[in-house]
Each structure stands twice: as C-alpha cells, then as structure tokens.
Design a protein around this ligand. Structure first.
Ligand code: SF4
Ligand code: SF4
Length: 386
C-alpha cells in the first residue's frame, strides 16, 4: 500500500471508532529539538512518524464532576481515553504492519516512565518522563499546543481530553501544525489545583517543536501531583471545597522546597498509609488507592487498568480546561461551591455542602454499581482486552 493510502486508512479507522474525533500525523523532524521524551528511537528504532489522537471529556460529565453531582461519567470517559486508546494503538500498529512493510509501535497512554539515572538520588523517580511524550507528539501532529498547565490545548476541546498514539517507521506526510495556541493564560488550571504542582508565575525551559517555542508553567516534583491526582489528599486553601476525596489536607500549604527533600516525601506517604490515629474507614480508603496504584505500577500501562481501578478524583487542571472560556469559568464556579467529599463508616462517599441560603446539604452520589448496568461495566472492562 502506498504512503498516502496508508495514512488515509489509518486516520479513517481511528475516526470510524467514534471515540477519537481528533487525529493527526507528526514527523520525526519536527521533534528533533525537543527533550529526550520526543526521541522516537527510544521506542522504535528508525521511527519517522507519530500518529496521535484524542478523546475529549463531555461537557455534561464535567458539569456533574465539578459540581459533585456524580463522577461516573468522567470515569467512563477516562476508561475510553486510556484503555480505549491502548486498544486502538495496538490495532493501528497491527494494521500498519499488515498493510505495509513498515514497523509500528503502540504508545502506552500513561504509567510508563524512563529511568533517569542522571538525576540526584534525592529526587530520582520523582521527576518522571514517559518513554514517548504524547503531548509533544500531539503538538507535532498539529492537534494543538502546550498550555500553561503543560497539557495539550486543542482548538475544539481545550485540554479536557486523553491522548493516544502510535509510532511508525513509515514516513507519512505530516499534517499542518496548528498556527494558534488556544491557551489564553486564564490560569484557572492553577486555581483548581489543591497541591501547587504547577507554578503560577514561573516558566519551564521552553520545549521546541516544529521550530516553535512551547512555553508552560514550571512544575514541582511528581509526588505533589501524584498524591492529589491519586485522591489521597485534596482540599482548597480556604478549606471550602475538596476534590473527590475525604483526605482533607491542602498540600499547597507546604513550602515548595520541601518536595525536593526525600525525607519529607517519605514522611508524607507514611502519614497517608500508616497513621494509626486515622479512623478505620479512612485507613481503608487510603490503602485501596495504594493497591490500585500498585496494580498499575506492576503493568506500567494505565491502558490495562480494570474499570474498577479507574477512579478520577482530581485531574482538575486538565478537566477544567474546556475550549469555551465562559464554560471554563462556569465549571470553576461549580467547583468552588461544590462542598467536600466524606466517607461513611461503610466506605461510601457522600457530599456535604452549604447552599446559597446557608442550608447544609448532604447526599450520596451514585457508585459504579448504581450508575452503570452490569453490561456497561463489562463493556468498559472489555476495552483492555486485545
Ligand atoms: S486553564 Fe487557562 S491557563 Fe490553564 S492551560 Fe487552560 S487555557 Fe491555559
Ligand atoms: S491532577 Fe490535580 S493535583 Fe495534579 S496538577 Fe492537576 S489539579 Fe493538581
């Protein structure tokens, strides 16, 4: 099959799935000045092209997520975004190798990092770099540009999406790069983060892709986001709202330099997992997250994660960044009046908030079993079966 037909076939298969409305092709050349995670050879020697696609979060699901009505819609789309992308990556790799003599490599959507022996021992493992950066690849493929949060910001879906992709030795014609960067520097991504992972006013060294400078916020160490994103801790600085966690600790309150200290990070994890003074239901909650994390750590591939282990509890910086700025502000308003998550003695999560008239409201958002049918749960788990 010639290269034009091959590219058309790949793109039409991805679009046809219905889950990935955005797809583009980037070239090795555009990534030549980018950091090591853009080096395609690390995954596939001689790779010439990256094919990158995106699955967006739906607006209604985001409204429910930020208002704490329910988080199951976003759970479903996260499963499609990760497990669905992994399946698509394997299928497209097979397709390329069946239809041509070129090689292909499915990119793990999240959970696999390079060892960085050159970093000081005190922070090694706490600055993580993927085997191949889907974000860099997506910029090279014309899907968008890096926003202030460091996430990929697209024209139609902002940054509220999940990326997947494939590398191939086929020298496919790259799609045009997006001219405009649709990040408007609103910095709502900073406001919705309870950990302070990304700085509000300092930049990282720019990343060069296709000759353009991609500028984004300086970041802290992996643990600060990791603890918040996993859902162990997540509380606003003013103590008025939480993420989807009963761990009511605001990590923004710790001085930034603490995160460089291994002892500080170890003590924090010990506090989370071994604090004897915690009530049993919170201990169980924290251990459940640790087990779920360990499962993904073992496979080093979030695309193989069972549906029950897919549990969005933060992700705020990327979820909130929808393309429409007014909607982004609305989602922010929903978050700051959404109250806090608690868990009862049986481990079931509930919301406690105060309405406009100062009245206390308590309710239980739906669990996985209450929100989905058995068939739907099976379908979500089938995404990882290849
Ligand atoms: S939330 Fe605002 S500042 Fe942050 S990445 Fe999105 S558009 Fe940029
Ligand atoms: S995922 Fe949550 S904790 Fe991590 S940087 Fe984003 S907002 Fe902060």
């Amino acid at each position: 099959m010639d290269l034009i037909s091959l590219k058309n076939l790949i793109k039409s298969e991805i679009i046809k799935s219905g889950d990935f409305p955005l797809v583009g092709v980037g070239s090795r050349d555009r990534l030549k000045d980018a950091p090591p995670s853009a080096n395609m050879d690390y995954c596939l020697t001689g790779a010439q092209s990256c094919i990158i696609w995106a699955h967006p979060n739906p607006i209604e699901g985001l409204e429910n997520y930020f208002s704490k009505k329910e988080r199951m819609s976003i759970k479903k789309h996260q499963q499609i975004g990760y497990a669905g992308s992994w399946r698509m990556a394997v299928e497209i790799s097979r397709l390329i190798e069946e239809k041509s003599d070129y090689k292909a490599f499915p990119i793990i959507p999240n959970g696999k990092y390079r060892r960085r022996e050159e970093l000081p021992e005190s922070v090694r493992g706490d600055y993580r770099f993927p085997d191949f950066s889907l974000r860099y690849g997506a910029v090279a493929a014309g899907l968008g540009h890096l926003g202030w949060s460091g996430n990929l910001v697209t024209k139609d879906f902002g940054a509220s999406l999940y990326l997947g992709g494939v590398l191939t030795t086929a020298p496919l014609e790259p799609d045009p790069m997006l001219e405009k960067n649709y990040c408007n520097r609103c910095k709502i991504c900073n406001k919705v983060c309870s950990t302070g992972y990304a700085y509000e006013d300092e930049e990282e060294i720019p990343v060069i892709i296709g000759g353009n400078k991609e500028i984004y916020a300086k970041r802290g160490t992996f643990s600060s986001c990791g603890i918040g994103c996993a859902g162990w801790y997540g509380l606003s600085e003013d103590n008025s709202w939480s993420t989807w966690t009963p761990g009511h600790v605001c990590l923004k309150k710790y001085p930034r330099e603490n995160w460089q200290n291994k002892e500080f990070r170890t003590n924090l994890i010990n506090q989370i997992l071994n604090d004897e003074t915690l009530p049993q239901n919170l201990k169980d909650f924290n251990l459940k997250i640790a087990r779920s994390f360990a499962n993904t750590g073992r496979t080093e591939n979030v695309g193989l994660r069972p549906f029950s282990d897919t549990n969005p509890r933060c992700g705020n910086c990327n979820f909130i960044c929808v393309a429409d700025y007014d909607k982004r502000k609305e989602l922010y308003e929903l978050l700051i009046s959404s109250g806090k998550i608690y868990i009862d003695e049986n481990g079931k999560e509930f919301v406690n908030k105060t309405d406009n008239e100062g009245k206390e409201i308590v309710y239980y958002p739906p669990t996985q079993e209450e929100f989905f049918t058995e068939e739907e749960i099976k379908e979500m788990d089938a995404f990882k079966e290849i």
